[in-house]
Design a protein around this ligand. Sequence first.
Ligand code: OGA
Ligand code: ZN
Ligand code: ZN
Length: 536
Amino acid sequence: MELTDAPAVWLRDNCPCALCRDPRNGQKLFQITDLPAEPVIASTRELPGGSGTEVIWAPDGHRSVYAPGRPGQDTAATGDGRTEADKETWVAADLAGRVPEATWAEYLADRAERERVLADVARLGFALLRDVPRRPGQVLDVAASFGFVRETNYGELFDVRVEPDPNNLAFTGARITPHTDNPYRDPVPTLQLLHCLTNAAAGGDSGLVDGFRAAALLRAENPEAFEVLTRTPVPFRFADAHTALRADRPLIDVDARGRIREIRFNNRSIGTLRLPAGELTAFYAAYRAFGELLQRPGLQLDFRLTPGDCLIFDNTRLLHARTAFAESGARHLQGTYADLDGLFSTLSVLRRQRPLDDLAALFAGQGAEQYLGEEVTQAQHMLQAAALAEADGASPALIAAGLLHDIGHFHSTVSGEDLMAGTDNRHSHTGADLLARWFGPEVTEPVRLHVAAKRYLCAVEPEYFGRLSAASVHTLEVQGGPMTGAEADAFAANPYARDAVALRRWDDRAKDAATVAPGFEHWRAMLAGLLRTDVA
Ligand code: OGA
Ligand code: ZN
Ligand code: ZN
C-alpha cells in the first residue's frame, strides 16, 4: 500500500487494530468524532518479513499496523453493484444464442452453475431456469435458493391467470406492455420471479426490455427528457378493497453520482400528477419520448415461456411484457417477489468460497501424488493431521492449519523434490502467505511456524529427534538444523508458538499408511466458516 497516497484521516479511519475494530466481527468501535480532528502520521516503519507497515499517530500516539495491500484504496471500485456502471446493458440482438439459462437440476447440484446464474441476474438483469418442477408453490423454493421472498398484499406468491373479477389487468387475457411491477411500493420489490406452470393458450408470449439501456439511449439522444424524468416524482398508486398503496418516485432514478440505478415504468398505475403547468408539459413530453424509445424495434427480447421455466429478473432494471392471449386457453404462471440484496449476498458468498474449490482440486490432483519419502500421499498426510487435531479437541482454526499446513509444497517454485535434494523450499512461509489471502492469522501463523517448530522441538526435547521419520531428519538439515538456545527462546515468545508445536506433533504422526482419514469435503463447512469476510 502506498500510505502516502491516502489522506491521513482515511487511513486512520481504516485502522484494523482491536481498539478500532472488534476482532470478532470487524465492526468499528469508534465514532468519527472520536478521531483527532487532524490526525497526523508521526512515523511509519516497515515491519520485518514484509508483514506490514506500522504507523504511529499524532497527537494521540495511537499505533496502527496495516497488512500488505490493506486497506486497499481501489478507486476503480464502483459501488454496490446496482448502477449501470456494473451492468452489461443489452438490446435483443446482443443476446441471440446466449440467453442466460440453466436447468434447475444443474443449478442445484453445482455451486459454479449457481454462481453463474446469479451473476447473470446481476449483470444482464435476468436468467431463465429450465425444468423447474411444475409444482404449485415451487417458485417460493426458487426464491429461497438464493434469497428471501418479499410478501406483499398479493400474498407470498401470486397467480397470473384469468380471473373472474380481476383487480389487475394482469389477470385477464389482455396484452401487457413493457413495465416494471409494483412501482407503487417503496421500497419496490427489486426482484421478480415468474414460474410457468401451463402455457397452452394462443398468444401469451413474453418480452423483456433492458430499461438501463433504454434510459442510457434517452440520455444520449434527448438529455433534457432524461433530466426531467430523473427529477420528476411520479405518483404511483394501487388500490383495491383492502389496499391503498402509494409511492412518489421518478421514472428514472440515478444514484448520488448521477448513474442510472432504478427504472419504474408502469402505465397502469400512474396516478394524477399535480405540478405547475410548465413542469407538466415538460414531463409529458419526456414520458412520451421514453415510452417511444422503450417500443423501439430491436430493444425487446421476445421469447415464450414453456411449462417448467422460471424467469428471475431485476425489477429495478428490466421491463417485462406479454402479448395478449385467448382467455379460452389455459395459461398459468406463479410469481413472487424477492430482493437483490439477498441475491447479491448469496453471490458474494459463493465467490468467497471459490478458493475452497481450488483447495479441493489440489487435494484431488497434486495432493494425491506420493509424499516425499513417506508411505502416505501428501493429501492423506494433511487429512490425517486434521483428523488428529480434531481428535485432540483443537479449535477449527488449528484443525484448518493442520489440514493445510503443507499447501506451500504445491505452490513453490522450489519443489518438494528440490527440498529433498537439498534446497529449502520454505514451504511453511509460501503456504502461510498463500493462505493469508483467505484465512486469518489463527490459521496462517501455525502453518508458517510448523517447520520452525520442528527445529525448536529438536532443541528443547532430547527424545523428539529420535521420533522423526527418516525423511524429516533429512529435511531438518536443509531447513537449518536444531535451533540454538537463543533461537528457541525467540520462537517460544511468538504468540502462535504453542499452536505451531501442537500442529508439529500432529504433522509428525500423520504418516500412517494404515489409516484413512476423512476426505476434504468433510472439512468444507468448517473452512467456509473461517474464510476472511473482509476480502470479497
Ligand atoms: C404481471 C405480468 C406477465 C405475464 O403479472 O405483472 O407482467 O406473462 N405478467 O403474464
Ligand atoms: Zn408484471
Ligand atoms: Zn506435514
